[in-house]
Design a protein. Structure first.
Length: 245
C-alpha cells in the first residue's frame, strides 16, 4: 500500500518538488522508514490526489516530486455534518477518526446538558488542534481526498439554532431511541446534519427543544449504542443506503 500524506500548500503541477510538513516527513522517514525513490501519494484537501516520488533532503526533511494527478473522489454524494457530544479523550478521538473514515464532511464537538467533560470551552483551541490532527491522520489512512473540518466546541443549543438558520434546506437528524428508522427515510438531496448525544443521553428539555426546531428524531435499531458508536453506525448506514457506489 502506497503511503499517503496531506500537504495543504502543494504546488499543483507535474515536476514540482513539494516539501512534506514536518510531522508528515517525520512519519515518512522515522515511522514508515521510507527511502528516496519510493512512490507516495499526496493531496491538499481540495479534491484529487498526486502520485509522486519521495526525495530525502537530510535529517527529518523530505519532499515529494509530483508526477501524475488523479482527480478521484471518494466522498459521499451529500455533505454530512456530525454534531458529536463531547466524550473523554481517547473515545472522542475514536469517534472523530471513524466519522472521517466513513465520510463525514464536518465534525462539531458539542456541550450538552449531560456532557461530562468540564472546561471544554476554555481548552477549546488546544483541543481543536488535536482533533484536527486526528482527522488529518484518518483522511490519510482511509484514502479520502478531503480533510473534514473539526470545529471549536460549541454549546448544543447555540450551534443548532445557528445551523437551522444558516441552512434551512438541510436535513437535521437527532439520534435518539424511538426515532424513525433511518432506512425508512428518502435519500437526502442536499446536506445532512446528524446530532449525537452524550453518554447519559439527551435530557427531556433537549428533546423538546429539538422538536421545536423541527429536527427529526432518528433511530438506528433496537439496541442502545454508545455515543462514540452512534455516528459511525449512522454514517455506515447512509453509505450503504445512498452512497451511490
Amino acid at each position: 500500500m502506497v503511503a499517503r500524506f496531506f500537504v495543504p500548500d502543494l504546488v499543483p503541477e507535474a515536476g514540482a518538488q513539494v516539501p512534506l510538513p514536518p510531522a508528515a516527513a517525520h512519519h515518512a522517514l522515522r515511522v514508515l522508514r521510507l527511502r528516496a525513490g519510493e512512490p507516495v501519494v499526496v493531496f491538499d484537501g481540495r479534491g484529487g490526489e498526486w502520485r509522486g516520488v519521495l526525495e530525502v533532503a537530510g535529517g527529518d526533511a523530505a519532499r515529494v516530486r509530483l508526477e501524475t494527478f488523479d482527480p478521484v473522489s471518494r466522498e459521499l454524494p451529500f455533505a454530512v455534518t456530525v454534531g458529536q457530544a463531547l466524550l473523554p479523550a481517547e473515545r472522542m478521538d475514536w469517534a472523530i477518526q471513524k466519522a472521517v473514515e466513513l465520510g463525514a464532511a464536518r465534525i462539531v464537538p458539542l456541550l450538552t446538558a449531560r456532557t461530562q467533560t468540564g472546561g471544554a470551552l476554555e481548552r477549546g483551541a488546544r483541543k481543536q488542534a488535536h482533533w484536527q490532527q486526528v482527522a488529518v491522520a484518518a483522511a490519510q489512512q482511509c484514502g479520502r481526498t478531503a480533510v473534514p473540518e473539526v470545529t471549536l466546541p460549541r454549546r448544543w443549543r447555540d450551534w443548532i439554532e445557528e445551523a437551522r438558520g444558516a441552512r434551512p434546506e438541510a436535513c437535521l437528524w437527532l439520534l435518539a431511541p424511538g426515532g424513525v428508522a433511518l432506512s425508512r427515510l428518502p435519500a437526502p438531496e442536499r446536506s445532512v446534519t446528524v446530532i449525537v448525544g452524550p453518554e447519559g443521553g439527551w435530557s427531556e428539555g433537549e428533546l423538546d427543544e429539538a422538536g421545536r426546531l423541527g429536527i427529526e428524531r432518528i433511530g438506528l435499531g433496537p439496541r442502545v449504542l454508545r455515543s462514540e458508536t452512534a455516528a459511525a453506525a449512522a454514517l455506515a448506514m447512509m453509505q450503504a443506503l445512498w452512497g451511490g457506489r
